[in-house]
Design a protein around this ligand. Structure first.
Ligand code: HEM
Length: 174
């Protein structure tokens, strides 16, 4: 059954993504962080343990425009979901800003960024909600629409969806 549902979602996502064909493809260029040359400099300060790790410019995180790019998508996504009459009730008591922050950290971490997601695991976060397959598909469509609106290229859209799709069994029907 789960397999059937996954297949259905897969088909839904492919359909949603196919709708993106022909869109413009401006990219979110990753901003490579240059390492400070320290070799041979005896007075160079030792980097603090919390010093930011250089961003891998090839990571999905970088290609999404780092945290700011992800946050822009999540803001658009939550706004669309909260305005959709089919699922708005789900979010009527939700602090949208807090949810956007959590989603941003979650995706930032999952895509190779330096963020730490500190929210609930997906099973706990959606426990008792009995989210339906239909709601899952609607939400997925809003996420794709948000990525398109923020000019995330198709390849990166697909990579984001591929990261989130396996969460379905922990979210739907809990
Ligand atoms: C891949 C899909 C999804 C992801 C990645 C996701 C992620 C999250 C995250 C990170 C939170 C916050 C957890 C916390 O408070 O610590 C959350 C909460 C929530 N999610 Fe989802 N979610 C997804 C799908 C859905 C769907 C399909 C619905 C319903 C249509 C939904 C409704 C909610 C609601 C109502 C909350 C609680 C917000 C609150 O605290 O008021 N989510 N979700």
């Amino acid at each position: 059954m789960k397999r059937l549902i996954s297949l259905a979602l897969g088909a839904g996502l492919i359909a949603a993504l196919s709708a993106c064909a022909g869109q413009d493809k401006p990219s979110f260029p990753g901003e490579p962080v240059r390492a400070v040359p320290t070799r041979g400099n005896p007075v160079a300060p030792t980097p603090a343990p919390t010093a930011a790790k250089p961003v891998d410019p090839m990571s999905l995180y970088a290609r999404l425009g780092q945290r700011a790019g992800i946050e822009a998508v999540m803001t658009d996504f939550v706004t669309r979901a909260a305005r959709d009459r089919r699922i708005a009730k789900r979010f009527e008591k939700t602090d949208a800003k807090a949810l956007i922050g959590k989603l941003t950290d979650q995706v930032c971490q999952a895509t190779g960024g330096p963020c730490k997601y500190t929210g609930k695991d997906m099973k706990t976060a959606h426990a008792g909600m009995k989210i339906t397959n239909r709601e899952w598909n609607i939400t997925g469509q809003h996420l794709v629409a948000a990525m398109r609106a923020k000019k995330v290229p198709r390849k990166e859209q697909q990579e984001v969806m591929a990261l989130l799709t396996p969460m379905k069994p922990d979210i739907v029907g809990q």
